[in-house]
Write a protein that binds this ligand. Structure first.
Ligand code: SF4
Ligand code: SF4
Length: 384
């Protein structure tokens, strides 16, 4: 089965926020023209036939303004009916206005935003005033019926306050999606905020327990995704699937990259939308060959790992960007992935050994007052 087709559109690399662990450039960075969107449509006309998801990402994509979305969304939607486009947007929401919210609502665009916990913790690592500006945008989005979920970046500092951060998400009724802070490749001290793989593994196990404890009150997206990976034995998010050849990112000038994370790094350009490249054209680029080289490397290096089917060596960017495009190892978060995959697998095996399916909370509701087991998560996922 083919992995989902995903095109990330990066209207700008600029961002008004100055988060300590991020690498976006300043607000004045160039913005994608509508001409480039028209070329995206022309490029994709005969590129693939399966459903596409377009995610507007950045930098901060709302810097492109209401007019950009007023034109871009119908162009993509009507220009590519055969691909049945779906949309999503990743934004800090500072520049959300009623005008932008209205056009996003028309196209049912779900939003992923970022909050790292309560104001003090968030602003310490994202900058003073961040929390209030994001919440202001959130209120506008909510008033227009937009669906907003928050990604919480855990750094090696904030992970010490994991209890407080989890309570914040729980109390506010927010779905939690965690993102581990990565080494910032453009900083003099790249590991200053990075969450080490061991800490990340501990955090995932902690969140597994917390999400089971509060099963009916909160969704922890990563835990749901990891559980689904193990249970279905298939990766269902890009980190745990072969993203190469299925995910692309288009930078502000129309350059095509393997993912938004590479945008702005010229050595990873595979082509340009203005040339309408076919899959075969892109396959000739060094970046394409590198991404597929990583896939082959994983098949060999992770060959003996019992989780390979639904881990697939993690994220290629994490593996190859810090070593200047040389494949020297798998995603350094391997330690964390192994830890949580082992944990879920062991608990599942134990629960299956203890009681037949009917009693495990899979086909019937878990017993009242009983401490939820991991199978209860499956029950929740199939019943909602
Ligand atoms: S490079 Fe990493 S973040 Fe980008 S699509 Fe692939 S797995 Fe996802
Ligand atoms: S857990 Fe580690 S060894 Fe196993 S497939 Fe994932 S990256 Fe490879």
């Amino acid at each position: 089965m083919k992995n989902p087709f995903h095109v990330m559109l990066i209207p700008t690399l600029g961002c008004p926020s100055k988060c300590s662990y991020c690498w976006s450039s300043d607000e004045g960075s160039p913005i994608m023209s509508i001409e480039t969107i028209k070329e995206v449509v022309a490029w994709l006309k005969d590129f693939r036939t399966d459903r596409v998801t377009f995610t507007f990402h950045g930098g901060e994509p709302l810097l492109a303004g209401a007019d950009f979305y007023r034109q871009a969304l119908p162009l993509l939607s009507r220009g590519l009916p055969q691909l049945n486009p779906e949309f999503a947007l990743q934004s800090n929401l500072w520049r959300m206005t009623p005008e932008i919210a209205q056009v996003l609502a028309e196209y049912h665009v779900p939003i992923g935003s970022s909050i790292d916990g309560p104001k003090e913790i968030n602003d310490l690592q994202r900058g003073n005033g961040y929390f209030e500006k994001t919440m202001r945008g959130y209120e506008i989005a909510k008033a227009h019926g937009l669906n907003v979920r928050f990604i919480c970046t855990f750094t090696n500092q904030s992970v010490k306050s994991r209890e407080e951060i989890f309570s914040f998400f729980l109390k506010n009724g927010f779905t939690l999606k965690l993102h581990p802070a990565l080494p910032s490749l453009r900083s003099e001290n790249p590991r200053r905020w990075a969450l080490e793989p061991e800490e990340y593994g501990d955090l995932l196990v902690y969140l597994l327990d917390k999400s089971l404890e509060h099963l009916q009150e909160i969704d922890v997206m990563n835990i749901n995704d990891l559980f689904r990976c193990v249970f279905t034995r298939r990766g269902n998010v890009c980190t745990f699937a072969d993203c190469m050849g299925n995910t692309f990112a288009v930078g502000p000038d129309g350059s095509i990259y393997p993912c938004y994370r590479f945008v702005g790094m010229p050595e990873y350009i595979m082509g340009n939308v203005y040339d309408h490249p076919t899959v075969d054209d892109l396959a000739k680029s060094d970046a394409w060959k590198l991404m597929f080289g990583y896939k082959e490397y994983v098949d060999t290096t992770c060959g003996e790992c019992k989780h390979i089917r639904y881990c697939r060596g993690g994220c290629p960017y994490n593996a190859i960007a810090p070593t200047d495009g040389k494949i020297q190892g798998v995603d350094p978060h391997c330690v964390a992935y192994k830890r949580i995959f082992d944990e879920i697998t062991d608990r599942l095996n134990k629960e299956m050994g203890e009681s037949p399916m009917m009693e495990m909370g899979f086909l019937s509701k878990p017993k009242k007052g009983a401490r939820p087991k991991v199978m209860a998560l499956m029950h929740k996922m199939v019943s909602t």
